[in-house]
Design a protein around this ligand. Structure first.
Ligand SMILES: *[C@@H]1O[C@H](CO)[C@@H](O)[C@H](O)[C@H]1NC(C)=O
Ligand SMILES: *[C@@H]1O[C@H](CO)[C@@H](O)[C@H](O)[C@H]1NC(C)=O
Ligand SMILES: *[C@@H]1O[C@H](CO)[C@@H](O)[C@H](O)[C@H]1NC(C)=O
Ligand SMILES: *[C@@H]1O[C@H](CO)[C@@H](O)[C@H](O)[C@H]1NC(C)=O
Length: 443
């Protein structure tokens, strides 16, 4: 747990000391803290003990549709496309045995073929071994602990939407449609969620839907230089550059210990430090220690976690033009969500729930577009972070459809009971009309 204050500067919160609570070293939130405390290792989610019917729902109202977007659970590291989040001398910054993933079988096989799974090994003779940790884990794979968290997540989901509300009837493809990114870890989390809902799914094949990795709207991974230019501009103004300046003491200490001095990927933001620290501590490793025995201190890690929240909130929510950036980079997914709800309204949806398993970049953009960042600064979306969009139908003659949104298991105050037309309007408002043109040709 750590405590931080946020001081308000020009509508932006800049991390300094004390008041925001967070857990970064265990999937289990300590019992002394509220159940819905921010836990980076394992976000709180909808569960039977804390679920309540929407305040606006009359006695005859019933749940009629669900659309869920979540982030995958924990991994040894969060790979970026380029460059990677690995330290330049990664091997030496880990225990001698490295990471153990021998308790997790990663299956990848062709339909009709043998059920092969792959086991990572890093031979002592490998000339590039100093760039990677020892042991049996690959960087972005789910860990056994991450799978356990996904299974529990699925159990909790089922306890509410099957046992408590009787809405979902069986874990069946006719009711549940699943989409993931093309990364193994999001599919592995989908498998954990389904298994948590019904262990019999372990004996079955289940299709999860993926878009082409080059244009996946959910990661998102489609190219948008127009948006990149807008973001580069708001990351070159003092509201952004000041925080790098103000924390140069911290940066110098981290560079000295971790060998990251002079690398732009590590100096343009704290993203990589955040990820390399939290991935370790969430999975029961210590903060990194170098070969001479010097370790990153808990105090410095706490500062990095607070700065990470500041950066996420700035880039996707608070910066001038961040709304445009968010809409350009996630507009395709917002459009798809709007289509899901419109299809439901038109009676054309065949499934009771659409479950999407994506990434932190999916969650922060969704949260921002839904207006959650207007209620409180957004934090770095935790592992297993969840947005559940419920559609309720009121009883009686004047029956109507309303949407209620839950974020990390708690109803969103501004989205507790919204007519479905308004909710679809809110989603559509996040879709730039000329998105392809603005992305590819700038403006
Ligand atoms: C997690 O960190 C907190 C303080 O930051 C500490 O009190 C607690 O013992 C740690 N828990 C684990 C499981 O390491
Ligand atoms: C990783 O294993 C190699 C080969 O066994 C060894 O030389 C190296 O020291 C190990 N890494 C660490 C950090 O001990
Ligand atoms: C936001 O966009 C406007 C219009 O392109 C531009 O004039 C302004 O400088 C941008 N602001 C930042 C902080 O980049
Ligand atoms: C380890 O960290 C200490 C403290 O930051 C630093 O002085 C030392 O040079 C580092 N050693 C290596 C091998 O990186």
């Amino acid at each position: 747990m750590l405590l931080f204050a946020h001081i308000l500067v020009a509508g932006l919160t800049v991390p300094s000391r004390a008041t925001t609570t967070g857990v970064y070293n265990s999937s289990k939130t300590p019992v002394g803290l509220p159940w819905n405390t921010y836990n980076y290792c394992n976000a709180p989610h909808v569960n039977a003990a804390h679920y309540t019917r929407p305040a606006g729902a009359d006695a005859g109202a019933e749940l009629v549709y669900l659309n869920v977007v979540m982030r995958h659970h924990k991994t040894p590291l969060r790979p970026q496309r380029t460059p990677d989040n690995l330290y330049p001398g990664e091997n030496a910054l880990n225990p001698a045995v490295g990471w153990d993933c021998s308790d997790f079988l990663q299956f990848n096989y062709g339909g009709g073929g043998a059920h092969v799974y792959h086991s990572t090994f890093a031979p002592a003779s490998h000339p590039f071994l100093d760039q990677m940790w020892n042991g049996t884990c690959d960087e972005g794979q789910l860990t056994a602990g991450g799978l356990r968290d996904a299974v529990q997540h699925g159990k909790d989901f089922w306890a509410v939407y099957h046992h408590k509300l009787g809405f979902l009837r069986s874990v069946d493809q006719s009711e549940i449609w699943v989409r993931t990114s093309t990364e193994d870890r999001t599919m592995q989390v989908a498998s954990g969620m389904l298994f948590g809902m019904d262990p019999a799914t372990a004996e079955r094949s289940w299709p999860v839907f993926t878009q082409p990795s080059t244009i996946d709207s959910m990661v998102p991974s489609y190219s948008c230089p127009g948006a990149d230019a807008i973001r580069a501009a708001y990351q070159s103004v003092p509201t952004w550059t000041d925080h790098l300046q103000q924390n140069s003491d911290l940066k110098a200490r981290l560079d000295a210990t971790l060998g990251t001095a002079g690398l732009s990927a590590w100096s343009s933001w704290y993203d990589h430090f955040f990820d390399t620290f939290a991935s370790r501590t969430c999975n029961g490793h210590t903060l990194p220690c170098n070969s001479t025995g010097a370790c990153v201190s808990q105090e410095d890690a706490d500062r990095v976690f607070a700065i990470g929240d500041f950066e996420y909130n700035y880039i996707w929510n608070a910066a001038q033009n961040s709304t445009t950036y968010n809409q350009l980079t996630f507009g395709v997914f917002f459009s798809e969500l709007a289509q899901n709800f419109a299809a439901f309204r038109a009676g054309a949806e065949r499934h009771r729930v659409r479950l999407h398993v994506g990434h932190d970049g999916s969650m922060v953009r969704l949260a921002s577009g839904l207006g959650l960042g207007k209620l409180a600064p957004l934090r770095w979306p935790a592992l297993g972070s969840e947005v559940v969009m419920e559609v309720w139908k009121t009883g009686g003659k004047s029956s109507a459809l309303f949407v209620r949104v839950m974020h990390e298991g708690t109803p969103v105050s501004s989205l507790q009971w919204m007519p479905i037309d308004d909710f679809i309007g809110l989603l559509q408002a996040q879709v730039p009309a000329d998105i392809l043109q603005q992305c590819t040709q700038g403006n």
